[in-house]
Ligand binder design. Structure first.
Ligand code: PGA
Length: 244
């Protein structure tokens, strides 16, 4: 794992967007797995700008959504579905068949997980995974205590995820379970970028980069990834022990 500290969130987002552009230039049918949320929003905006300015066509990639809130309909603007449609799919004219998001309203969530895993295995390996980090150290909905060996799965959400998740919703949402890509997929991805910004994330970044590797703090798995990059701004780096 490598740590990359950028001056501000704009610079790290610009670097992440450029990563995607370069990947697609070299491999037009790449597999990209991305998180939604506040952290990657600017990356998405810059990706759209760069793709249009540089005439890079992303319509041959396979796009995998990292997770979804179980029971939240896609039209709800707090859903991950809504985020990706607004930020990426619509502006870049993606087709439905290149996009793979969990159906969080499915009557058979286990089957949704198997479907997602089959899609990933059929297409090959995830080329690039871009994730954020929650205030409990989760990645996607890989909550504290999760196995590092899970592929896609359904999970009961942690209290911090339930309370923190309300920020995405206009009216209070009932959040109980999540459906998510597992950490085994992360370990098998060719490259992983974990992004974080702001002083609010400084504590979890310290644990991610310099803490014990434990499933009680899922993001610590980043330390084990040989092509993993923790990309943060200076504010999120304030608690790091620079002597290490
Ligand atoms: P955020 O969410 O990017 O909105 O801070 C991160 C997360 O909870 O995974």
């Amino acid at each position: 794992m490598q740590l990359k500290i950028y001056k501000d969130h704009g610079s790290s987002s610009d670097a992440a967007a450029s990563e995607i552009i370069e990947l697609v230039k070299n491999k037009p049918n790449a597999i990209l797995c991305m998180a939604s949320g506040e952290t990657p929003r600017l990356t998405c905006k810059l990706l759209v700008e760069k793709a249009i300015a540089q005439k890079v066509d992303l319509r041959h990639i396979t796009f995998i959504g990292l997770d979804e809130w179980v029971g939240i309909p896609p039209e709800n603007d707090g859903s991950c579905y809504h985020f990706f449609h607004t930020e990426i799919f619509k502006p870049l004219n993606f087709s439905a068949d290149q996009v793979h998001l969990f159906d969080a309203l499915s009557g058979n969530l286990e089957e949704e997980c198997l479907k997602m895993d089959a899609t990933i295995f059929e297409k090959g390996t995830i080329d690039l995974m871009i994730v954020g980090i929650g205030m409990n150290g989760h990645i996607g909905f890989n909550e504290p205590g999760v196995s590092f060996n899970n592929y896609s799965h359904v999970i009961d959400l942690d209290e911090i995820t339930i309370s923190g998740g309300q920020k995405y919703f206009k009216t209070p949402a009932t959040l109980k379970r999540g459906i998510t890509i597992g950490l085994k997929h992360l370990q098998e991805s060719k490259k992983v970028l974990l992004m974080a910004n702001g002083t609010k994330k400084a504590g979890v970044i310290k644990k991610t980069v310099q803490g014990e590797i434990t499933n009680e703090f899922p993001a610590s798995i980043m330390q084990t990834h040989t092509n993993g990059f923790v990309m943060i701004d200076e504010e999120a780096a304030t608690l790091l022990d620079h002597k290490k």
